[in-house]
Design a protein around this ligand. Structure first.
Ligand code: 5BU
Length: 275
């Protein structure tokens, strides 16, 4: 049985039952893009302008909705309209990390009501299985998917070794809702014990991707799309400042950089499945 590493996105889409996982894989195939752009700006106007510029080139837009200074819920309708117009998946990078009852409330309620619009969100596995139970109680009925943070891109991250293995075990035990990981490499073989299903296929979304620089002076570490997708077997490259960073008012330049990352990410994938 070939590992998910060598299967095409199309072969893998057929095997996923979670609607958010299928939507992401099908969007990647339709748009020939494994690029996600992370839009970490503080003004709604800039946020929407960047998304409108890169929307045709991405499979997914990643948000930190709590960064926006002028947030009001009307923005969500505009984000959803752009998601329809340009055909991309929405991932709120909320990094939940509390007890089940609290995360269920944070996910469903408050000013942001994340579960009502974000196809995918993520959580730190640090509280143990109850965080998945809490989030799944809100997200599963809505057809949402969860990523666990198995690794981070930052220098000195504590999410390594046994912690990463436990994250993968938690995912294997909760496959209806947990569709994959934020990680720096494939996780299929991590912590595999006798009797585990070796055909598990988790999506790997990977931040810390940049072509120009190796870091940001605040602990972020960058690798190239080729290192991430071809060499490490990850599925989606997440790029923030590499796309919008230099001058986030210059929409043409943003679009050109996004297209470069799209091509690099897609070529790395083609090389991986051909090899
Ligand atoms: P950058 O501008 O490409 O460095 O932004 C990376 C984004 O990915 C940013 O929104 C981070 O919060 C996010 N991120 C990350 O960089 N590294 C991680 O390990 C995780 C998330 Br998890």
């Amino acid at each position: 049985m070939p590992s998910a590493h060598s299967l095409s996105y199309a072969q893998r889409a057929e095997k996923h039952e979670n609607p958010a996982a299928r939507l992401l894989l099908e969007t990647i195939i339709r748009k020939e893009s494994n690029l996600a752009v992370s839009v970490d700006v503080t003004k709604s106007e800039d946020f929407l302008a960047i998304i409108d510029a890169v929307g045709p080139l991405v499979c997914l837009i990643k948000t930190h909705i709590d960064i926006l200074e002028d947030f009001d819920y009307g923005l969500i309708k505009k984000l959803e309209e752009l998601s329809q117009k340009h055909d991309f998946v929405i991932f709120e990078d909320r990094k939940f990390a509390d007890i089940g009852n609290t995360v269920a409330l944070q996910y469903s309620s408050g000013v942001h009501k994340i579960a009502s619009w974000s196809h995918i969100t993520n959580a730190h596995p640090v509280p143990g299985p109850s965080i998945i139970t809490g989030l799944a109680s809100v997200g599963l009925p809505l057809g949402r998917g969860l990523l666990l943070l198995a690794e981070m891109s930052t220098k000195g991250t504590l999410a390594t070794g046994g912690y990463t293995e436990e994250a993968v075990r938690l995912a294997r035990a909760n496959k209806k809702f947990v569709i994959g990981f934020i990680a720096q490499r494939r996780m299929d073989a991590v912590g595999l014990a006798h009797g585990d299903n070796e055909e598990d296929d988790f999506l790997i979304l990977t931040p810390g991707v940049g072509l120009e620089v190796k870091g940001d002076g605040m602990g972020q570490q960058y690798r190239t799309p080729d290192e991430v997708v071809r060499q490490s077997g990850c599925d989606v490259i997440i790029v923030g400042r590499g796309v919008y960073g230099a001058d986030f008012k210059n929409v043409e330049a943003i679009r050109a950089r996004a297209e470069k990352y799209r091509q690099e990410g897609w070529n790395a994938y083609l090389k991986r499945v051909e090899s």
